[in-house]
Design a protein around this ligand. Sequence first.
Ligand SMILES: C[S@@+](CC[C@H](N)C(=O)[O-])C[C@H]1O[C@@H](n2cnc3c(N)ncnc32)[C@H](O)[C@@H]1O
Length: 255
Amino acid sequence: MTGPGDNGGNGDRPGSDTRGGTRRKVLYGRRKGRRLRAGRRALVENLLPRVEIPVPEGDAKIDPQTIFPGPPREIWLEIGFGAGEHLAWQAARNPDIGFIGCEPFINGVARLLTAIEADGLDNIRIFRDDAGVLLAALPARSIRRVFVLFSDPWPKTRHHKRRFISPANLALLAQALDSGAELRVATDDPGYQAWIMEHVLASGAFEWLARRPGDWRTRPADWPATRYEEKAVKAGRRAVFFRFRRLPPAANGGV
Ligand SMILES: C[S@@+](CC[C@H](N)C(=O)[O-])C[C@H]1O[C@@H](n2cnc3c(N)ncnc32)[C@H](O)[C@@H]1O
């Protein structure tokens, strides 16, 4: 993937602020890009309010079982879905699953809305803020699968603390994921790859599901390529596809 410098543009800069009385965390990325075309603007105005999960006030929780048309069999979450092609693919093939997509970048959200409308997907809900805020508001053990695909690698050492895979976010993931739930993480950055493995395993909450190199070097059939993966491949970089399982807290010293 390209570097985090891409996250400059004309969008909002990192910083914490307040909206509706709710404190938001620092977000390292942009919320807006180019002006939306009329069709996408119309979707943001008319469809987004029907599928958006509002940022909860204060310590309020989100009950994911109540935000879909019917009670879903499981809740899956994609963090930083970009243009949403992986999320739309999963949602179309798993109609009994409720999907939460988290993405602060409105241009990406607008692209996902296009797919939601075109494919008649009624099992996607969108959270347009920092995934840390969302994870903190989800009930314990409410999520069965999480996708974190090509999150920004922040290659400069002084920026490593901005990486999404971090001890703080892993603790939030561990509390939101049910025992046995799956965490899928992809990256094309070798430094971030090593960091992800080290931090996920050090959290004590997850085990790595790979048994042989092909398990992480080859993308599984139920895991479509994203735009960032395609960019990486074109640029001659290799991606890795990690699958971890949430361990039962009792099996791991209560973590
Ligand atoms: C490099 S892009 C990858 C997009 C997509 N997953 C793909 O593979 O094409 C990283 C995405 O994560 C989003 N992002 C960055 N920080 C985030 C955060 N704290 N919470 C949720 N999404 C975030 C960005 O807006 C961006 O769309």
